[in-house]
Design a protein around this ligand. Structure first.
Ligand code: SAH
Length: 361
């Protein structure tokens, strides 16, 4: 089966031509795909053509298998089914400026961060560019159905964060292809300025990304002011030092003109004291950056504790006094296993079926 979802309009057209269809059918199919339609819904193609295409190709590689809406806010956690029976997670977050979707880039992850649920069983496989786009298309279909049943305007995903399961820079080529697809003329058309990519710090790939001429916001999961503390939770810290990461960030800022965002999850007794805050402020001095403090979402398999409100406040105050731009991430979807990998794990545990996601497709 050919997955058309990961192709540019030109590539879909070339494939259609090679299969013996006229070129204009290519742009029709491409437009339908980006509107979230499967072959059955491509109503300007003949029934026969739709059946032929169905036998050869995939238009929508991702479907929503389960959704959970937070009672605390409007956040929706999605569990997506992939064609091979694997599943990944996504989160829809509604902001004043639009709808942001957190997408996964791999099934599982091999980075081994101690606080993260996605990495508990390692990496199962990389997602394709088409599957990453498919996550957006499935979320858009979900939003349309929601509007239909509940009334209200149909919303679409306007912002994307690559912060779900997986390490985006460990699946570099497919992630870059996916980013380029977002700005195809007749496609979903999400501005790359509305896209953030989060990495645990794969230094050489951070340099590569700076050369792609893609104006995405680079986020770095730093979580520590020095190598010693970082090594306690992030195995990748054995490979690249904080200094090497910051050098790569400086290069990214120079090449793209965009500030870098540092994510910092506060872990009790580890990285959350005022001394660590001061060390972090010193480290980031003069850098065009922003710090995003993340309250740790405690994962039951991991023996790490979050911090009190008072500790967050004190940490923030130290940074602010040293003129480091800092915000505290809104704790969204805390009641729906919003943290990376949590919903998938729970589902895997609760279905205990032969099939990875307990799904029938
Ligand atoms: N691999 C990439 C992107 C996926 S993780 C990265 O490391 O950045 C997305 C963000 O969620 C990272 O900042 C990660 O450190 C954070 N995260 C993972 N598990 C978490 C947890 N239990 N609580 C809070 N943040 C978590």
């Amino acid at each position: 089966m050919t997955e058309l979802t990961g192709m540019t309009a030109a590539e879909v057209t070339a494939w259609m031509k090679a299969e013996g269809y006229p070129a204009f059918r290519g742009s029709q199919v491409f437009r339908w795909i980006h509107q979230g339609a499967d072959f059955d819904g491509m109503t300007n193609l003949s029934k026969g053509m739709r059946e032929e295409l169905k036998a050869k190709a995939v238009a929508q590689p991702v479907t929503v298998q389960l959704s959970r809406r937070s009672a605390l806010d409007d956040t929706v956690k999605l569990l997506y089914a992939l064609k091979d029976g694997n599943c990944v997670e996504g989160v829809i977050m509604r902001y004043k400026y639009g709808v942001s979707l957190c997408i996964s880039t791999q099934v599982g992850c091999r980075m081994g961060c101690r606080f993260c649920a996605s990495t508990l069983e390692g990496r199962i496989r990389d997602l394709t560019a088409g599957e990453m786009l498919g996550e957006i298309l499935a979320a858009n279909r979900f939003l349309a159905e929601e509007a239909e049943t509940e009334g209200g305007e149909v919303e679409k995903v306007s912002h994307v964060v690559l912060m779900g399961s997986g390490e985006p820079l460990d699946n570099y080529d497919q992630v870059i292809r996916f980013l380029r697809l977002l700005r195809e003329e007749e496609g979903v058309r999400i501005s790359l300025r509305n896209v953030s990519l989060s990495t645990c710090g794969l230094v050489p790939k951070m340099y590569d990304l700076a050369e792609e001429n893609l104006p995405v916001t680079l986020c770095v999961s730093l979580h520590a002011p020095n190598d010693e503390i970082r090594r306690q939770t992030m195995p990748i810290a054995e490979r690249w030092s904080v200094k090497e990461i910051l050098d790569a960030c400086r290069n990214y800022i120079r090449k793209t003109g965009r500030r870098v965002i540092f994510e910092y999850a506060l872990v009790d007794g580890q990285n959350a004291g005022e001394a660590e805050a001061a060390e972090l402020a010193e480290l980031l001095r003069g850098l065009q950056c922003h710090v995003n403090l993340i309250p740790l979402n405690e994962v039951k398999e991991r023996n790490l504790k979050g911090v009190s409100e008072e500790t967050v406040r004190r940490f923030m105050k130290v940074l602010e006094e040293k003129h480091i731009s800092v915000t505290r991430r809104r704790e969204m979807g805390d009641d729906i296993d919003g943290a990376c990998g949590q919903l998938r794990r729970k589902t895997l545990e609760s279905v205990r079926s032969e099939e990875p996601c307990g799904s029938s497709n």
